[in-house]
Ligand binder design. Structure first.
Ligand SMILES: Nc1ncnc2c1ncn2[C@@H]1O[C@H](COP(=O)(O)OP(=O)(O)O)[C@@H](O)[C@H]1O
Ligand SMILES: CC(=O)OP(=O)(O)O
Ligand SMILES: [Mg+2]
Length: 402
């Protein structure tokens, strides 16, 4: 039983094909620059050289078809027939208040996702294109959607409401939703396994630090508070997103710079964060490199980025009245020892002790990076959103699996 997992972005589409009996990844890859000239398809099969194909891929339907062609390719493929794909699971960023768990796609579900386009304009329309493209190419295959927001539906009201007139919540559902929930769910459970303790007893803080970045307080396995808000813009400083700011900056900038609302929105989502402060890149690797070469702006960007993570860890430790483990995950969290060190250095008053040798180890496995006598465990737990999506898809389609 094979499950195809799709994470569709506006101009990209990532995929992983799972054998759900063994939970083995048979193949994975991505299509980039959809709708632009020279789109790139990168396809990987274990222990074989990566395949890179440049062609014109104008839309998501074509992208999915190319992926299916590649998966059944005589030389590079892993399937004899497309019929060997029994189900498709999609990552969907925004599920609003309608979805607190994964669901099979039907007419109503699609309508609901469409109604949330406004709340995740960068993500949800792209996911819908992915769903429609699968429908076109694999019309008889059941599809499941797994929402970033679902895990956070357990947050209490005092975490998710904004202090604005409640009519706005009633009329327009303006509230904190939170994102990266699938990742938080996965790494929290992995962390509990690693620590050999029941998740119900643990207060965890998950720092999902990737392109988008968020901190989540996980109390007894459930989301208690999270830094991203109604949209994935709030909270931590990110690659290109500002994170928290005084909302008064929006009308003020609008006036002073004679910008339109759309331009300010685009500035905060696409031209802020690490990119804006460093003036170099949204990629942490390049910012760290420049900092090491003595670039002052890169150093400032790095320090701001780490400082804000530290502030959220402090806030969530207080929110939960204590913390057992701080967990780093996603692209930056898993790979950047200097960032983890910068975050943890200022948390010694908590009784956090970072073991520098452990912190420097690179590995794809969950690991402890705190000292043996640290009062709070600090862990690196590689995330695997795709595996959770594959498992939910398998469970919903066949009523089996974990
Ligand atoms: N060795 C590394 N050091 C620092 N940052 C890294 C390293 N490897 C990857 N990253 C960062 O991880 C980010 C991507 O994270 P990822 O979780 O894959 O994001 P997304 O899923 O949102 O695309 C990149 O922007 C890059 O800055
Ligand atoms: C919700 C979100 O920010 O997702 P990503 O990190 O994939 O951009
Ligand atoms: Mg991600």
């Amino acid at each position: 039983m094979n499950v195809l997992v799709i994470n569709a972005g506006s101009s990209s589409l990532k995929y992983q094909l799972y054998n759900m009996v063994t939970e083995e990844v048979l193949s994975k890859g991505r299509v980039e620059r959809i709708g632009m000239d020279s789109s790139i398809l990168t396809h990987e099969v274990d222990e074989k050289p990566e395949v890179r194909e440049v062609s014109e891929i104008l839309d998501h339907t074509t992208a999915i078809r190319k992926v299916l062609d590649m998966l059944t390719h005589r030389e590079f493929g892993v399937l004899r027939n497309i019929k060997e794909i029994r189900a498709v699971g999609h990552r969907v960023v925004h599920g609003g208040e309608s979805f607190s768990e994964s669901v099979l796609v039907d007419k109503d579900v699609k309508l609901e996702i469409r109604q949330l386009f406004d709340l995740a304009p960068l993500h949800n329309p792209a996911h819908m294109m992915g769903i429609m493209a699968v429908e076109t190419n694999l019309p008889d295959v059941p599809q499941v959607v797994v929402f970033d927001t679902a895990f956070h539906q357990t947050m209490p009201k005092n975490s998710y409401l904004y202090a604005i007139p409640t009519v706005l919540y009633r009329k327009h559902k303006i509230r904190r939703y939170g994102f990266h929930g699938t990742s938080c769910d996965y790494v929290s459970k992995r962390a509990a396994e690693f620590l050999g303790r029941p998740i119900k007893e643990l207060n965890l803080i998950v720092c999902h630090i990737g392109n988008g970045a968020s901190c989540t307080a996980v109390l007894g396995g459930k989301s208690f508070d999270t830094s991203m808000g109604m949209t994935p813009l709030e909270g931590l400083m990110m690659g290109t997103r500002s994170g928290d700011l005084d909302p008064a900056i929006v009308p003020y900038t609008l006036n002073k710079e004679e910008l339109t609302l759309n331009e300010v929105n685009s500035m905060l989502n696409k031209h802020s964060g690490l990119l804006a402060v460093s003036g170099i890149s949204s990629d942490m690797r390049e910012v760290v490199q420049a900092m090491k070469e003595g670039n002052e702006q890169a150093k400032l960007a790095f320090e701001m980025y780490a400082y804000r993570i530290r502030k959220y860890i402090g806030a969530y430790a207080a929110a939960m009245n204590g913390v057992d483990a701080v967990i780093f995950t996603a692209g930056v969290g898993e790979n950047s020892d200097v960032l983890r060190q910068a975050v943890c250095e200022g948390l010694t008053f908590f009784g956090i002790g970072l073991d520098h040798e452990r912190n420097a180890v690179r590995s794809g496995e969950p690991r402890r990076i705190s000292t043996d006598d640290s009062k709070v465990e600090v862990l690196v737990v590689p995330t695997n959103e795709e595996l959770l999506i594959a498992r939910d898809t398998y469970r919903l389609v066949l009523g089996e699996g974990k």
